[in-house]
Design a protein around this ligand. Structure first.
Ligand SMILES: NC(=O)C1=CN([C@@H]2O[C@H](COP(=O)(O)OP(=O)(O)OC[C@H]3O[C@@H](n4cnc5c(N)ncnc54)[C@H](OP(=O)(O)O)[C@@H]3O)[C@@H](O)[C@H]2O)C=CC1
Ligand SMILES: O=C(CO)[C@H](O)[C@H](O)COP(=O)(O)O
Length: 502
């Protein structure tokens, strides 16, 4: 008999936790996993430990799973992005009926979501691409959820999404985190909203991840500067990050950094764990997609891309170790006031973070034109205030900025962020200069500053670049004293250098 309110396929970290979250909110959930043992282990564990155990329906066969769900069926897929997601959809489609709704909660490429939505619509099925952020704990007790797709299908999902997503105080934007199994948070503003048509939700989730990359990289650069120039150990830096978490930088990523840095090495408790972790970063692709798309659309998201390249550079461990024995640089030396440099690094981090978010929102602004979406940036900032990896006090400031001006061209132009940049930029420049003169690699701080200085320049050296292009390729140029759109070419090989209108 069909008595499940919703079904979920893919019982890895995210799937298991989201199922328990949904069940804690009073919904019956049918579950299925390709490898049956993972499903039975999950159900067995849940029966022993979980208050919502009676609401879980474990299914060994896909057919039984589909039959267990009330119509119109709502089925969440949480498997690896790409081919595995297509494989699951292909298996499901013959078993579904008109009006059923498939939801992809994975980190799908938004163009895949557009394709899948179109294909499934032709078959009479709905497809919602709903980015989910928050990792294991977020999925269990309240993630940020970014659904995109047909508004009719969204109506069926909305009550569940609003129930299970993270909740924040509507005024301060502070997440409510007093949850436990069986006692979910029910008050506050939910961190979910319909983002737009087809791939909009997955696009916004991808940009979230691009911002996640640069947020993390900026923290790592702050750590590296304090370590190299001030000789602080991990424990001392944990205290610094902990104090930053009391102010404007208050965020989940600074909070976990504070915790990570104070962690002793289980293999040798006289040392800190972080010093034993190999310095090669992994990545699954969402930061790269963000950067590739920025290049495709011609949007300068250089700081986000720099964070991806920083991971790529870190992965060249053996080459770097070899090069460190060959290539020389200055010996790092800082003799001035320690506290002053720590404060300057904090300011550099804050200013760079403003640029990073400015770039992320610029990207979404362009993408909505490209894909004919109508994105509400205030809403997006709001649903990132809780549950997701980039949650931070800062997101309330962005929410406020878009409330002041929903058509804001660039976050840096908002009065709050403009003042913040003006007040802290001397320290930001100081840190970038100190990093450069001491040979400490700080690519994200540097490229964010280059973005700021480039964006505020009424004249860039692209005049010379255009002349170069015209010189070698007759690519033409516009003139400052002529209307835009009127192009000229100089016949450079001719000694007389005649100018013609192109
Ligand atoms: N981990 C995280 O913190 C976050 C992950 N995500 C996204 O959520 C999704 C799930 O992530 P996560 O929980 O980490 O799990 P994984 O990305 O590791 O995916 C594992 C799941 O995919 C299933 N799977 C793999 N290939 C196939 C296939 N060909 N057919 C059917 N099922 C398949 C596995 O089944 P089996 O057990 O049979 O191998 C398993 O259930 C991913 O898209 C991920 O990018 C989003 C936010 C955060
Ligand atoms: O989506 C996420 C959080 O929002 C995941 O944590 C993401 O997969 C991490 O990305 P990467 O493995 O590339 O660092």
């Amino acid at each position: 008999m069909a008595n499940a309110d919703i079904g979920l396929i893919g019982l890895a970290v995210m799937g298991q936790n989201l199922v328990l979250n949904i069940a804690d909110h009073g919904y019956n959930v049918a579950v299925y996993n390709r490898t049956t043992a993972k499903m039975t282990d999950f159900i067995e564990r849940a029966q022993k430990e979980e208050p919502s155990r009676d609401r879980l329906i474990g299914c060994e066969k896909l057919e039984d799973f589909v039959k267990a769900i009330k119509r119109p069926r709502k089925i969440i897929i949480l498997v690896q992005a790409g081919k595995p997601t297509d494989a699951v959809i292909d298996g499901l489609v013959p078993l579904l009926e008109k009006g059923d709704i498939i939801v992809d909660g994975g980190n799908a490429l938004w163009t895949d979501t557009i394709r899948r939505e179109k294909d499934l619509k032709a078959k009479g099925l709905y497809f919602i691409g709903s980015g989910v952020s928050g990792g294991e704990v977020g999925a269990r007790f309240g993630p940020s959820m970014m659904p995109g797709g047909d508004p009719e299908a969204w109506q069926h999902l909305e009550p569940i999404w609003k129930a299970v997503s993270a909740k924040v105080d509507p005024e301060s934007g502070k997440p409510y985190e007093d949850y436990q199994p069986g006692k979910p948070i029910t008050e506050g503003e939910p961190c979910t909203a319909h983002i737009g048509a087809n791939g909009a939700g997955h696009y916004v989730k991808m940009v979230h991840n691009g911002i996640e990359y640069i947020d993390m990289q900026l923290i790592c650069e702050a750590y590296q500067l304090m370590k190299t120039l001030l000789g602080l150990d991990a424990g001392e830096m944990s205290e610094v990050f902990g104090s930053w978490n009391e102010g404007d930088l208050d965020s989940f990523l600074i909070e976990i950094t504070t915790d990570i840095l104070q962690q002793r090495d289980p293999a040798d408790p006289s040392k800190f764990l972080v010093d034993a972790v190999l310095d090669t970063a992994g990545q699954k692709g969402t930061g790269k997609w963000t950067s590739t798309n920025a290049l495709d659309m011609g949007i300068p998201a250089n700081a986000i891309a720099e964070a991806v390249f920083a991971r790529c550079l870190s992965a060249l461990k053996e080459e770097r170790v070899g090069a460190s024995k060959v290539l020389q640089g200055p010996a790092p030396e800082y003799k001035d006031d320690k506290k002053e440099l720590i404060d300057a690094i904090r300011d550099a981090l804050y200013c760079s973070k403003i640029c990073a978010y400015a770039q992320g929102f610029q990207l979404m602004r362009e993408a909505q034109k490209e894909y004919d979406w109508k994105l509400d940036f205030g809403h997006i900032a709001k649903i990132w205030r809780g549950g997701c990896i980039i949650r931070a006090r800062f997101l309330q400031k962005i929410t406020d900025a878009y409330a002041r001006d929903p058509k804001l061209v660039n976050l840096m132009l908002d009065p709050y962020f403009k003042d913040a940049l003006h007040n802290a930029q001397a320290n930001w420049r100081k840190v970038v200069a100190i990093a450069a003169t001491n040979g400490v690699s700080a690519p994200a701080f540097m490229s964010a500053l280059a973005y700021y200085d480039g964006y505020r320049s009424d004249r860039l050296p692209a005049n010379l670049l255009q002349a170069q292009r015209d010189y070698f390729g007759a690519h033409t140029f516009e003139r400052v004293d002529q209307p835009r759109g009127k192009f000229f070419h100089v016949d450079w090989p001719d000694k007389a250098r005649p100018q013609v209108e192109a």
